[in-house]
Write a protein that binds this ligand. Structure first.
Ligand code: SF4
Length: 118
């Protein structure tokens, strides 16, 4: 139990750090993310219960304003462990990434001039 609480806390700090200082990584990961939120509210109760979570486990500020920590959950597979894998999102084996994150191919060598036979 204490291990789960510590992991939840570390995950919360990690997500804050990633969304604040690693926005490119977050963008790449969100491009990989598959599925959809099923409104279970699990991520709203990590470490502490969000004060915007209603008794029906719905977000009372959804659509108005939400911290980037919330909209970005889950950022990667590590976040899924924080909710014991019980999330509508998953990360498949797809290598789809944000276009700007893909390395550019090396420039092609120009074709050598053709020598015409006389
Ligand atoms: S744990 Fe996943 S499915 Fe549940 S509310 Fe959070 S993002 Fe949505």
């Amino acid at each position: 139990m204490a291990d789960h609480s510590l992991r939840s806390f570390v995950g919360k700090v990690r997500r804050f750090w990633l969304t604040s200082f690693r926005p490119r990584y977050v963008k790449e990961q969100l491009a990989r993310r598959e599925g959809a939120c099923k409104n279970c509210g699990r991520c709203c109760e990590l470490t502490f219960r969000c004060l915007f979570l209603t008794k029906e486990r719905m977000c009372s500020i959804y659509g108005l304003v939400r911290p980037s920590n919330c909209t970005a959950f889950p950022i990667d597979e590590r976040d899924l462990k924080d909710v014991d894998g019980q999330c509508g999102f998953s990360f498949g084996q797809s290598l789809a990434r944000a276009p700007e994150a893909l390395p550019l191919p090396p420039p092609a060598d120009p074709e050598p001039p053709q020598v015409l036979a006389e």
